[in-house]
Design a protein around this ligand. Structure first.
Ligand code: MN
Length: 359
């Protein structure tokens, strides 16, 4: 209790002990519980899902298997008579290597914080309205590069590219001078959908397995020069980090809250949501020991269910492992904004750590 990883959380991940093949684990406190070992010993009929090099087979199995697994693991960790089964399968998390937990299908990044979108609008288009006209009609997003999504802790090399300040006559090539972070929540698809099918906002939990912390590394100088008219490209595609542990939606059942309000303008029918569709999660951005920002996720304008419905409204299909980022989480207050860290500081050594913790 109190660790952020108690029995109410139970996130899933993928780990390997040296010289051994990867296995699916659940985190409890500072330990990884090897599910492949306990499932085989307990003769659980889904045990093969945990002796895998990614979470994808388990995520594809759907909500009934997710729920029965969570109930089984909760029993293992709370029933004293299970101690002899569980203890040999526990490994301290700092003694194992955490791997990329799932194979990423397609990667999308949204832009769902009104405060962030306004801040960026003022930064990139100082002479225009900060919000573009479509922003409150649809969740704006772009397709990113799934092949460069890496697990938190993986070194990220400072990207090189073209940059051109407005005062420069010509672009120059070199390392980005304005490498930035964007702390977001990432949502992971478990159950796929067929091409031509739409996923309604009400079906969000039938398709979505869970949530990760996500850092959308951004080279602002490259981005500012390249993004008109088609949006982010090389300023974003060099790396995206996600947390090693995936928090299942079931662990967030108490976090659902009302959206801040979508009355002006009203959204189209396919984007309507019933009941609380926002998430009351406090995000904390800590960089080399300093708290950079404490943005509240509950201030996000668009809900994850709306982002999923919008992604598929044209008939685009979902695959297991598809990942979408919420967009930078920013609140209205100064300490809830994500400020650009010191650009001269090298990020070599990847001290940026991402965890989704439940209170
Ligand atoms: Mn982003």
């Amino acid at each position: 209790a109190g660790s952020g990883f108690d029995v109410d959380h139970l996130p899933f991940g993928l780990f390997a002990r040296s010289g051994e093949r990867p296995r699916v684990a659940v985190r409890i406190g500072d330990f990884a519980l090897d599910l492949s070992v306990v499932a085989a010993a307990d003769m659980v009929d889904t045990h093969a899902l945990f002796d895998q090099p990614s979470l994808n087979p388990f995520m594809a199995a759907g909500p009934a298997v997710w729920d029965s697994t969570r109930a089984w693991v909760t029993g293992l960790l709370t029933d004293e008579t299970e101690r002899d089964l569980v203890e040999p399968a526990l490994a301290p998390v700092d003694s194992v290597r955490m791997l990329m937990p799932f194979e990423v299908g397609d990667y999308i990044d949204f832009y769902a914080s009104e405060h962030h979108a306004s801040n960026v609008g003022r930064m990139f288009r100082p002479d225009a309205e900060p919000l573009l006209p479509n922003w409150k009609n649809l969740p704006v997003g772009y397709h990113g590069r799934s092949g460069t999504v890496v697990v938190s802790g993986t070194d990220v090399v400072r990207p090189c590219g073209q940059r051109k300040a407005p005062s420069d006559d010509l672009p120059t090539y070199g390392p980005s001078q304005r490498l930035d972070i964007e702390a977001e929540l990432g949502f992971v698809v478990g159950v796929p959908s067929a091409m031509g099918e739409r996923v309604a906002t009400a079906d969000f939990a039938r398709h979505t397995f869970g949530v990760v912390g996500l850092n959308d590394w951004s080279a602002r100088d490259i981005q500012a020069w390249e993004y008109v008219p088609l949006g982010p490209f090389l300023g974003k595609s060099f790396a995206t980090s996600v947390s090693a542990w995936v928090t299942p939606l079931a662990a967030l059942s108490a976090a659902w809250t009302d959206l801040p309000g979508q009355d002006d303008p009203q959204v189209l029918d396919y984007l309507r949501v019933e009941g609380p569709a926002g998430l009351d999660i406090d995000v904390e951005v800590v960089l080399d020991g300093d708290v950079v920002a404490r943005p509240p996720y509950r201030t996000m304008y668009w809900s994850p269910a709306q982002m999923l419905a919008h992604t598929t409204v044209n008939g685009a299909s979902l695959r297991t492992g598809d990942l979408w980022g919420s967009g930078t989480v920013s609140g209205p207050e100064r300490d809830q904004r994500q400020r650009q860290p010191d650009a001269r500081k090298p990020y070599h050594g990847a001290s940026f750590r991402l965890d989704v913790c439940c209170p």
